[in-house]
Design a protein around this ligand. Structure first.
Ligand code: BGC
Length: 695
């Protein structure tokens, strides 16, 4: 195919135009469907219809009156399942919906690590651990691509904050980056084989990610042998030959978001004048064309068809049911008794559930694009929070038809107290809206009267359950006074149904936290995000003087907490269910580069459940413990199973940036068989014979 194209045709492939998906902003280009981006390919190749789809296909109802899409629960909920099968199933749902609506490149596959628990886009990603993130995001990508549409791993790399995201320099030592953020991307690439990778807005060690030769060429294309193409984030291209030579293959929506149309207006001249060799243009075009063939865009072009909404809603619901995390359950307050009188309070639980804002926002099914709750009238992009029409209250009434279940909005605390006093159990819904373009407040507190509401209700009724719909961890000053806490994240299109089934025990929660919930912001490596909370928070993303020095290196999240002996509110990996498990008999076997942990898991409770036994390691030279592997096991009451978990050798290694290889040192490693990163009940020391892993 490449041989049949002229130089001009090849150059036409490296610049996409705005797809016109932002209503009223840019017109839809001829041939486009009205989405994030569009490329009219040379004859013989399909046009690229590029759409956001981090959690579901964005905005199809803006495009076609009959267009709709199901949204998965947030990426954190998917990661909380610790199940690559669940992630793959969710990806395949999204990919299928896209294929049936004519889109073939999805901007889906966010793998940025949670370096700060206030990150505005954490909800799109998969938490703070490179192995978990890489495996989950890789599985999502592979699910999407199983439907013959390209998935785009993003935002490469170190785009871990929203504040100053367009300009911020994330500064970090290369070896530490390889052992943390880049390892997540590396594992996602090898697991999911994404057709495209999107470079990020920010700078990394002073050089913009989309013109950073270390990131794009040395690591991604040379070390990882990535054969696909790199596209810029929308507004992320800032030069022509510098970016092309660094490894950028396609400028995205350059007509509307970039200062100049670099790859359309300037690159041809750079090629003509010899600043960019023709072989590089060939490589750019080859990579784009290769992904089209490899993922199936050419051989399996889309077919417009109605969606199987009922099926897709079920996928979303099941993901939430596996991804919600039960954080506290004193005296088995949950599951709820079907006869108990319940006071449901707050969080708009009478009409729906919250979703995260920005380019992952999907139009709700069965409601106008602005959702079922009006206001508060936020002017800056992305506007007001959108609540999907999946009411937990309505589904709770379905689960317990004979129970007396009341609703109080929670706006008046005195009335909420009265409602709680009249009930056997109070269920308070709290919400935290996070969104692209800004980070959550430094304080990590719920906004409005919500903390006061929970405290007052808990005082009025000791049987208080809190259901959290949050994009990030929050502080819980009322935690000792409430009976149960369920972290539902942003629960997705069918979230109300899933929450009701979890509360009543039709299904048991089995999620485990993919990020640490700190007890105080002071425990963090960076207690404040500089500039966060400014008057025009959204504008902060454009401030040009920002730099964050990640001197904690690869000690992200729970690794940092472990190294500093800090006690979090809830540790990474933590999650309860309606039964109990006991794990023992940890043993380690090494055969050259293959290291296997074996042990036994037993369900010691009275109902079936899913356990997530986790293996952590501490390297002989110290540092925070690291997750090296895990398994998800379903067990009937009393059942036990022998489990073996392969440990990823890169987790046991230090990256030698000079030699460009991983070194597993010979020595004694502390190994934990644990139910979370804070569980110290079972640890042993094992001797491992060292080795190197080269690329
Ligand atoms: C976001 C990307 C998104 C793109 C296109 C950017 O602002 O950072 O995640 O895919 O817009 O909508």
């Amino acid at each position: 195919m490449l041989d049949h194209l002229t130089l001009q045709q090849k150059l036409s492939m490296v610049f996409t135009v705005d797809g016109g998906g932002t209503v009223g902003a840019t017109p839809i280009p001829p041939g486009g469907l009205g989405s994030a981006g569009y490329l009219k390919s040379p004859t013989g190749l399909p046009a690229l219809q590029i759409a956001d789809a981090g959690l579901g296909l964005r905005n199809p109802s803006h495009i076609r009156p009959d267009g709709q899409a199901v949204e998965l629960p947030s990426g954190l909920a998917v990661a909380s399942t610790w199940s690559t099968d669940t992630a793959r199933q969710g990806g395949s749902m999204i990919g299928g919906e896209a294929w049936h609506q004519g889109f073939n490149v999805l901007l889906a596959g966010g793998a940025n690590l949670t370096r700060d628990p206030r990150g505005g886009r954490n909800f799109e990603y998969a938490g703070e651990d490179p192995l978990l993130t890489g495996k989950i995001v890789g599985a999502t990508i592979s699910g999407i691509q199983s439907q013959n549409v390209i998935s785009t791993l993003k935002h490469y790399a170190m785009n871990d904050l929203e504040t100053s995201r367009m300009t911020l320099s994330a500064d970090i030592d290369n070896a530490a980056m390889r052992e943390s953020d880049l390892l997540a991307f590396e594992i996602a690439v090898e697991t999911g084989h994404p057709g495209a990778v999107m470079c990020a807005y920010n700078r990394v060690n002073d050089i913009y990610a989309c013109e950073n030769p270390y990131l794009l060429t040395t690591v991604l294309k040379d070390d990882w042998k990535y054969p696909g193409f790199v596209m810029s984030d929308w507004g992320g291209t800032r030069s022509s030959f510098r970016a092309a030579l660094a490894g950028l293959d396609q400028e995205s929506a350059g007509d509307s978001t970039d200062a100049r149309q670099y790859f359309r207006d300037i690159l041809p001249r750079d090629v003509q004048q010899g600043r960019v060799p023709i072989s590089r243009v060939d490589d750019m075009a080859r990579r784009i064309i290769r992904s089209m063939y490899a993922v199936g865009l050419v051989d399996h072009p889309h077919e417009i068809a109605p969606l199987d909404v009922a099926h897709d809603m079920l996928v979303s619901q099941q993901t939430e049911e596996k991804g919600a995390v039960l954080l506290k359950n004193q005296s088995n307050l949950l599951p709820l008794d079907r006869k108990a009188r319940i006071a449901v309070i707050g969080g708009h639980a009478d009409v729906g559930i919250l979703s995260g804002g920005g380019s992952t926002q999907v139009d709700p099914i069965g409601a106008p694009p602005e959702g079922v709750v009006k206001g508060p009238g936020k002017k800056e992009w992305p506007g007001d929070p959108v609540y999907f029409p999946s009411s937990p209250l309505a589904f709770m009434r379905e689960e317990a038809p004979s129970a007396h279940i009341t609703f109080d909005s929670g706006t008046n605390i005195t009335q909420a107290i009265e409602a709680a006093q009249k009930a056997d159990v109070a269920v308070v819904f709290v919400t935290q809206y996070t969104f692209e373009g800004s980070d959550a407040p430094n304080s990590m507190r719920l906004d409005g009267n919500q903390d006061a509401l929970v405290a007052a209700v808990a005082h009025a009724n000791p049987h208080t359950v809190v259901v959290m719909e949050t994009g990030d961890p929050i502080l819980m000053p009322w935690l000792p006074d409430v009976g149960a806490v369920l972290e539902a994240w942003y629960p997705g299109s069918a979230g109300g149904h899933a929450i009701a089934r979890l509360l009543y025990g039709t299904v048991a929660p089995s999620g485990h936290l993919p990020m640490t919930f700190p007890a105080a912001a002071a425990q963090l490596a960076h207690p404040d995000i500089a500039g966060d909370g400014a008057d025009t928070v959204f504008q902060m993303q454009f401030r040009s003087d920002q730099e964050v020095i990640y001197d904690e290196g690869s000690e992200v999240g729970y690794r940092w907490f472990d190294r500093n002996h800090a006690q979090p509110l809830f540790p990474f990996g933590y999650g309860l269910t309606y039964t109990t498990f006991q794990n023992d008999g940890l043993h380690l076997v090494q055969r050259r580069h293959n290291i296997l942990a074996t042990f036994t898991v037993r369900n010691t409770g009275a109902r079936a459940g899913i356990d997530v036994p986790q293996i952590y390691v501490r390297l002989p030279d110290g540092g925070g413990r690291r997750l090296a592997g895990w398994n998800t096991v379903t067990l009937a009451p009393g059942e036990s199973k022998g489990i073996s978990v392969p440990l990823d050798p890169r987790i046991l290694a230090r990256f030698d940036a000079k030699q460009g290889r991983w070194n597993v040192a010979s020595g004694h490693y502390t190994i934990w068989l644990a139910s979370s990163s804070g569980d110290n009940s079972d640890s042993k020391s094992f001797k491992i014979d060292g080795f190197h892993i080269s690329h």
